[in-house]
Design a protein around this ligand. Structure first.
Ligand code: AMP
Ligand code: ZN
Length: 494
């Protein structure tokens, strides 16, 4: 391993040396999607950022248990207070679980399209209701929660007697209270900051479970405390999500964890920044979201053409996860050129083998340069997973690969050891760590037609050796050439 991994911890707001609680094991929890609509590219950016973090930790030799949940109940709409899944189910006249299944399937498809690895555990909120009820009881028993008219709320002022609500997002309770509207007379809460652990369901609410408190449903923040504790323990290493989750979602999670177990959950909190469109956060509710399939097909009024999944992945990784990333045709076009350049370098180096028995005539300056670039790839990723810098260093390696291709740089000048290091570093950082795989946009139908044209020319020239060779090659691919009276045709071999 080269150097130490440092991560920016949202809790301390500092770059800290990464020291897992129980190395080589690492526990990582990332808040997953609320499955009531198609995932948009903003969501993709967040999950892709954690995918790279997951990949790099594994590359460094850590044994990572990655938990990413599916929110399938309890995430309420801000304007109406209705459950997001419930509302969609009513609109589409489906069972809530049909909505959940439909959008979970869509989510998985999108993750696979962008080569985002599946987590090790993908628990759902509805699959962990018993555990959620247990945590509510613990919070009530510990004096941090109270029941009111069949709902149970977390008591922020009780919590503040012992802990500090708002430490993650740097908010003060008095300021929060000043910014919040007074409770209306009908509220069950003691204070406007108190948040729901269990909500009594209104008659029209369709997702409900009968418990000793009421026929109701769990609050959104609870599931993540419950599932992270269950699968990673009361204390674990990394907890992540988009910046918009810092407050209140993650703040509430810390409060629930501390209130029930006495421990605050994660050691390192990591937050990704937003994908924006003309400077505004991409969001379903703002109506400025792009869906993955629209970007891939180019079927959107603001797009001139489509982009391949790996171009989009490259585009996203060209900025550091903690910076905002603005979405535009120009930026995507530039990313397409960049990705092609990297892909060509990758394709070339994968095919290069150091010639056997070649006497070395090492050019020290060149060898040192190459080794330095390889070191820099590690330094960049060790610096809070800086994919932007890493890509810059990979481009420097592409230059060396291109020099080999043009013959300006000779294998013997690099030497076997440095060549092998360059090759393995390039491939590992592109494919294993950044998850950029080679993709071809070639159409097999078009290629087949090119070959059949060549076959026709060979036949007309009575070049039977060539004819036989092309026939054999196509047969090896399962294609039989047919010489018809009407011309040349083909069929799949039966
Ligand atoms: P949601 O399904 O809305 O809960 O979002 C799933 C994840 O995507 C959360 O971690 C959000 O913080 C994140 N997210 C939502 N919008 C964006 C955006 N525009 N850019 C980056 N991440 C986002
Ligand atoms: Zn969460």
């Amino acid at each position: 391993m080269i150097g130490k991994l440092r991560v920016v911890n949202s809790l301390s707001r500092e770059k800290e040396v990464f020291e897992p609680l129980n190395a080589p094991h690492v526990g990582m929890y990332v808040c997953g999607p609320t499955v009531y609509s198609d995932v948009h590219l903003g969501n993709v950016r967040t999950f892709m950022s954690f995918d790279v973090i997951y990949r790099y930790l594994q590359f460094l030799g850590y044994k990572v248990r990655y938990v990413r949940n599916i929110t399938d109940v309890g995430h309420l709409l801000d304007d109406t207070g209705e459950d997001k899944i419930s509302r969609k189910a009513k609109l589409e006249n489906l069972e809530p679980m049909e909505i959940v299944q439909k959008y979970t399937n869509d989510f998985h498809r999108v993750m696979e399209t962008f080569n985002i690895l599946p987590p090790d555990i993908e628990p759902t909120a509805t699959g962990h209701l018993m555990e959620q009820l247990d945590m509510i009881q613990e919070l009530v028993d510990n004096g941090f929660a109270y029941e009111s008219n069949g709902s149970v709320y977390f008591d922020i002022s009780k919590f503040n007697e012992k802990y500090d609500y708002g430490k993650l997002s740097g908010r003060k309770t008095e300021d929060l209270l000043n910014q919040t509207r007074e409770l209306d007379g009908g509220s069950d809460k003691r204070s406007p900051l108190d948040f729901a652990l269990w909500k009594k369901a209104a008659p029209e609410h369709i997702m409900r479970w009968n418990t000793k408190w009421s026929d109701g449903f769990p609050g959104w923040h609870l599931e993540c405390s419950v599932m992270s504790t269950k699968y990673l323990g009361e204390e674990f290493d990394i907890h992540g999500g988009g910046m918009d989750l810092k407050f209140p979602h993650h703040e509430c999670e810390i409060a629930q964890n501390a209130g029930s177990t006495g421990k605050e959950g994660a050691k390192y909190w990591m937050h990704t920044n937003m994908l924006t469109v003309n400077g505004t956060k991409m969001s379903k509710s703002l109506g400025n979201s792009f869906l993955p399939h629209e970007l891939i097909s180019g079927d959107h009024e603001l797009l001139e053409h489509g982009y391949s999944p790996m171009t989009i992945r490259f585009f996203m990784l060209q900025s550091h996860y903690a910076s905002t990333l603005d979405f535009s045709n120009e930026a995507l076009d530039a990313a397409q050129k960049g990705y092609m350049k990297l892909a060509n370098g990758l394709r070339l180096i994968k095919n290069y083998e150091y010639p056997e028995g070649l006497a070395e005539e090492i050019n020290t300056k060149q060898a040192e340069q190459i080794n330095k670039i390889c070191d820099n790839c590690y330094h960049a990723m060790n610096d809070d997973f800086n994919t932007a810098l890493t890509i810059g260093h990979l481009f420097n390696l592409v230059k060396k690969v291109n020099s080999i291709q043009t013959g300006q740089l000779k294998f013997e000048e690099i030497g076997k050891e440095t060549f092998e290091r360059m090759k393995s570093t390039f491939i590992a950082f592109c494919e294993e760590i950044l998850g950029l795989k080679l993709e071809t946009n070639l159409s097999s139908q078009n290629l087949l037609e090119v070959i059949l044209e060549e076959y026709k020319v060979a036949k007309e020239a009575k070049n039977y050796d060539k004819v036989d060779e092309l026939r054999a090659k196509l047969k090896a691919e399962g294609v039989i050439v047919k010489d018809m009276k009407t011309g040349i045709d083909w069929a799949f071999e039966e």
